[in-house]
Design a binder for this molecule. Structure first.
Ligand code: SIN
Ligand code: FE2
Length: 206
């Protein structure tokens, strides 16, 4: 097993979890996923304000957000087609980083351009909270922020670089987290620049 840094109890950072060849292979897998399930523009519940991040999903379920709220659903919000399967390399990472957890049902794909960010939030739309969230990052480095279980408490930040993995589990499963900013030009993995973050989730009770 590779280097594991426990940033707060339950949040483990694995710098360099994927080597360059594995990052390139995963990038190419995602190109195929996004050809079937193109990035869409999520909107905030009620206000309809656009997120700065664009999203897609793979797996039996996908996370979407629009005026009607946050939810998981089996089809893409604009094409109406089922989400494509989760690539094998991601399932292998889940098996290694979430040993014993039931299989993931959703893999959210977040694409950040140089100006995108994500406000502090909790991942709590899942019924099964015993499984961790498993995150993998590709492309430009993000300044990631994590707090505790309440909004407004102390936070700390660290960098998530291309190839890094992270798990949010146990006492950190419901920790507030977000992305302050993207360090544009910090990676050569994505020709167009930007950052892709993948988060695998178990959604339904196992
Ligand atoms: C998320 O919380 O959905 C994404 C986190 C990240 O981009 O690292
Ligand atoms: Fe999240």
């Amino acid at each position: 097993m590779k280097t594991a840094l426990e940033i707060i109890p339950g949040l483990v950072h694995y710098p360099g979890y994927l080597d360059r060849a594995a990052q390139e292979a995963l990038r190419d897998d995602l190109r195929a996923v996004l050809a079937v399930a193109p990035l869409f523009q999520p909107r905030m519940p009620r206000t309809g304000k656009a997120f700065s991040v664009r999203m897609s999903n793979c797996g039996p379920l996908g996370w979407v957000s629009d005026e009607k709220g946050y939810r998981y659903q089996p089809i893409h919000p604009t094409t109406g087609a089922p989400w494509p399967a989760i690539p094998a390399a991601l399932l292998e990472a889940w098996a290694e980083l979430a040993p014993g957890a039931p299989p993931p049902e959703a893999c959210l794909i977040n694409f950040y351009d140089a100006r995108a960010r994500m406000a502090l939030h909790q991942d709590r739309d899942e019924a099964e909270l015993s499984a961790p969230i498993v995150s993998l990052s590709l492309g430009d480095t993000a300044l990631f922020r994590v707090g505790g279980l309440t909004r407004g408490g102390p936070t700390r930040s660290f960098r998530l670089a291309s190839g890094d993995a992270m798990t949010l589990g146990g006492p950190a499963r419901l920790a507030f987290h977000g992305v302050d900013r993207i360090l544009a030009g910090s990676s050569t993995l994505l020709a167009e620049g930007g950052r892709i973050n993948l988060t695998m989730r178990r959604v339904t009770r196992a």
